[in-house]
Design a protein around this ligand. Structure first.
Ligand SMILES: [Zn+2]
Length: 124
């Protein structure tokens, strides 16, 4: 389950970003995963539930996951298209098979929402 390690990294990234932006609590998190990445959304959710309470930064956060289909560029006609069917790696316009996959293996945080630390917070 490499999803566990991925989610751990996601939460560490969020933690650092939240600290930088004075965010006290994360309320919503959206992840995008490419459908070629072999990442299982259910496994990510499972890992999120396991990790979100430590530190308690995201323990009540809503996790949204969007799977994106891969994008490819055709070397024959130059068109950029979405691969709808993972078994048909050919150009949607000219039918050429000389294509380059542009995306589909990614995992990234599209956005997160949070509550800022209250303004009476004192630095010492
Ligand atoms: Zn083409």
């Amino acid at each position: 389950m490499h999803e566990t390690a991925l989610m751990y990294d996601v939460l560490r990234t969020l933690e650092a970003s939240a600290k930088e932006n004075n965010i006290e609590e994360i309320t919503e998190l959206k992840l995008v995963i490419g459908s070629l990445s072999s990442i299982l959304p259910d496994a990510l959710r499972f890992a999120f539930d396991a990790f979100k309470g430590s530190p308690p930064l995201a323990q009540d956060a809503v996790l949204k996951i969007e799977e994106r289909k891969p994008q490819a560029l055709c070397n024959s006609c130059g068109s950029c298209f979405t691969i709808e069917n993972p078994w048909e790696f050919s150009c949607a316009r000219c039918g050429g098979v000389d294509i380059r996959i542009q995306s589909g293996e990614e995992l990234y945080i599209e956005y997160y929402k949070g509550r800022e630390r209250s303004v009476d917070y004192k630095e010492n």
